[in-house]
Design a protein around this ligand. Structure first.
Ligand code: HEM
Length: 546
């Protein structure tokens, strides 16, 4: 019988199986190792998630806790979740950035404030319906007008601004030697800023037209009511509906027409006057001196350069300037007056500084006149003694306590969560966190404005009006530690006019009134910090200087 030696195949099969198991085991291990490697690697590649801040027991969103105490809430958020976190607030899920991440947001052109407002409220379409030219935001006509024509001419505008502001103040408060209650002080500030801005933008003739003045003061109110901005509880989709309904009966279009109607006779008269001067043969310097220098005139003179279509188009562009300037300046001036009332010890300091600065300037001008006379030179009209104590731009620049007071008011009052920005595309922050395309971002100013003694000195949570005296930090100097005017490419170009105007308002207040007091001190807290939708303007008692 033929025997197969079965041991060989048996032993072969055992070896084979053993080696197969070995191989399989090795493969399994390899797979396990590579899976582990893959997981660790992709863990490394996966961006760190942005943490959502916990909700207080019983709360469904963060709104209530934020409203109760902005700084306390945001400090809790940062302690719990670090500098970048998510909140459920303003009916949205929003990423909040703190500290240096705020700088990252402002300096990154992929984040845009206008796009955020447009996404939430459809602002662009609405505003574009007011103009016929320059609809491309990159044209930045407003910026160019402000930078090239408004800011450089501010010293020239100052005399007209002072007289408009002063007239409206005297008119509004009236005689108050024994103290006078003004029930709603913001209306006086509205008249002051409306008249003086109107004078700079369109000349005194237009600003004195009551319908045009109303347009200057009320346009922002129309804008906010169309967009529902004065009620933070209106969901953003509801605002869209408002916008659609208003599109066909846009109240601001009527306001633009009002401006055009008020401007037409004024422009015709200006043309007649020019023709007269030319007929009379006046020389070029005299002709230039006699020309109006308001922004309307500058826009008319550069009609082709800017590509304007007609007067209504120009007035549409002026309307865009009104919307960015008037309300913000009224808001800032009003809060400064309330801070004077809440911190009455500031009034004598600011008044004393003003008297000292004006006396020093008067003396210098007197010396210049004496020197001219001693050299046998004619005294120039600029040295007219009647203007020795004017609240000129140069005088305001010397008032360092006033500047510090104003910067401090703006630092302390600015809403703690502000500067909505939207990501135009996916953005990776320097800590690796990802803000997706269309992600909404807010800046946490508590981290830079309030809890920042490195930038603001001791006790930054307190209002200290003179903390910037002797520093280079002026009211218009923006940075991550001071953001009322934003920063970066879209920093507010009108802040120099705002500074000059609000300084004049406060200077007039402290020179005319010895005391400005709350009628009910209990209401002070409600106005010292801006809140979305807060339009409170509690009564003040004004007492004039003897
Ligand atoms: C105290 C008063 C004012 C405050 C608090 C203020 C604040 C601001 C802020 C926060 C921005 C947005 C910055 C950003 O997007 O990063 C801005 C932009 C702007 N502001 Fe002001 N502003 C004031 C007065 C004015 C005035 C008086 C004018 C005009 C004369 C003006 C014209 C503008 C314009 C045209 C922009 C848009 C800039 C751009 O998109 O490039 N603002 N302002």
């Amino acid at each position: 019988m033929h025997h197969f030696h079965i041991e060989i195949p048996q032993s072969l099969s055992k070896t084979c199986l053993d080696s197969l198991f070995k191989t399989l085991d090795q493969q399994r291990r390899k797979i396990a190792v590579s899976l582990h490697d893959y997981n660790t690697q992709s863990d490394k590649l996966r961006p760190p998630p942005i943490p959502m801040v916990s909700l207080r027991p019983g709360d469904k969103t963060h709104d209530k806790e934020y409203r109760e105490n902005q700084d306390k809430f945001l400090t809790r958020c940062q302690t719990e979740s670090g500098p970048v976190f998510k909140l459920l607030i303003h009916r949205l899920q929003i990423t909040v950035v703190s500290g240096d991440f705020i700088r990252e947001m402002f300096l990154n052109e992929n984040f845009s404030n206008v796009d955020a407002l447009n996404e939430l409220m459809g602002v662009k379409t609405f505003l574009h319906s007011l103009i016929k030219s320059g609809k491309n935001h990159d044209a930045r006509i407003q910026n160019s007008i402000i930078l090239d024509h408004l800011t450089p001419s501010l010293p020239k505008y100052q005399a007209e601004m002072v007289s408009a502001l002063e007239a409206a103040l005297v008119d509004g408060v009236g005689a108050c030697v024994k103290g006078r209650v003004v029930e709603c002080p913001i209306t006086i500030i509205q008249d002051m800023i409306g008249k003086s801005t109107g004078t700079v933008f369109m000349g005194a003739e237009v600003a004195n037209n009551s319908k045009a003045l109303e347009t200057f003061i009320m346009s922002m109110r129309d804008f906010t009511s169309v967009l529902g901005l004065n009620d933070v509880n209106i969901p953003f989709w509801r605002r869209w509906l408002n916008l659609k309904l208003m599109h066909f009966n846009n109240p601001l279009k009527h306001r633009v027409q009002t401006l055009a109607e008020a401007a037409t006779p004024v422009i015709l008269e200006r043309r007649r006057r020019e023709a007269r001067l030319i007929n009379e043969g006046v020389d070029a310097p005299q002709f230039i001196k006699a020309r109006p220098h308001d922004i309307l005139q500058k826009m008319l003179d550069r009609f082709d350069e800017y590509g304007f279509v007609d007067l209504e188009d120009i007035c549409g562009h002026i309307m865009l300037l009104i919307l960015t300037s008037v309300h913000t300046t009224i808001d800032a001036s009003t809060s400064m007056v309330y801070y004077l009332a809440a911190y009455p010890e500031t009034i004598p300091v600011l008044h004393r500084e003003q008297v000292q600065v004006l006396s020093a300037i008067q003396q210098e001008r007197q010396q210049e006149r004496t020197s001219c006379l001693s050299k046998g030179l004619e005294i120039s009209p600029e040295l007219d003694p009647a203007h020795d104590r004017d609240l000129s731009t140069a005088a305001l620049k010397r008032m360092v306590h006033l500047d510090s007071f104003q910067r401090e008011v703006l630092r302390c009052r600015t809403e703690a969560l502000t500067h909505f920005h939207m990501a135009g595309k996916e953005n990776i922050l320097s800590n690796g966190m990802v803000i997706p395309k269309y992600g909404m971002v807010l800046a946490n100013l508590t981290s830079t404005h309030a809890n920042n003694s490195a930038a603001h000195g001791p006790n930054p949570a307190k209002f200290h009006p003179w903390r910037y005296v002797g520093t280079f930090k002026t009211m218009t100097k923006v940075g991550v530690d001071y953001l009322p005017f934003g920063m970066g490419k879209h920093v507010c170009p009108g802040r120099f006019m705002a500074s000059q105007q609000t300084k004049t308002v406060v200077s007039l207040m402290v020179s005319k009134f010895e005391k400005i007091e709350f009628q009910d001190l209990g209401q002070a807290g409600s106005v010292l910090r801006t809140q979305h939708g807060n339009v409170a303007s509690p009564a003040l008692v004004f007492t004039s200087r003897g």
